[in-house]
Design a binder for this molecule. Structure first.
Ligand code: IDP
Ligand code: MG
Length: 151
């Protein structure tokens, strides 16, 4: 099954949005198979955001993501990478549609509340930065999977 890496960023945790964001993922029907709170180390942050190294916002981005804990998740489902990106909305909250997580809960590009991998390859790379395979519980069935298995 396709997997993606999702993080509730420090602003989302600080503002008490953990429950609301997890609810959106669950209500969409996606399967959360890994979940934990952690303080991102500088090494993890630099690996995660390697593609942005050298950009004007890079240093602030590393400071921000390591500033206080995040909620890290592995989420599974059909086309889950794209589905989560749609639930998140555009990177700049002022472009993100109302009804998306960023569109509803964020007001600034630098504090845009949620991360979701942008491709299957990025997802697999990012999952490895934050989770060991033992921490991911793929071997349980969601209601949808149980229904499908009976069709
Ligand atoms: P994404 O999170 O939607 O995939 P990316 O372009 O990969 O967007 O950027 C990673 C993160 O870096 C963004 O979510 C945002 O927090 C931050 N960021 C990107 N561009 C800017 C910018 O122009 N100013 C400030 N922060 C930015
Ligand atoms: Mg990105």
């Amino acid at each position: 099954m396709e997997r993606t890496f999702v993080a509730i960023k420090p602003d989302g945790v600080q503002r008490g949005l953990i429950g609301k964001i997890i609810t959106r993922i669950e209500e969409k029907g996606l399967k959360i198979t890994g979940l934990k709170m952690l303080s991102v180390s500088k090494e993890q942050a630099e690996k995660h955001y390697k593609e942005h190294e050298g950009k004007s916002f890079y240093n602030d981005l590393i400071k921000y993501i390591t500033s206080s804990p995040i909620i890290a998740m592995v989420v599974e489902g059909e086309n889950v990478v794209k589905t989560v990106r749609q639930l998140m909305g555009k990177t700049n909250p002022s472009d993100a549609e109302i009804g998306t997580i960023r569109g509803d809960y964020s007001a600034e590009m630098s504090f845009n509340t949620i991360h979701g991998s942008d491709s299957i390859e990025s997802a697999e790379r990012e999952i490895k930065i934050y989770f060991t395979e033992e921490e991911i519980c793929s071997n349980w069935k969601t209601m949808y999977e149980i229904i499908k298995s009976k069709l």
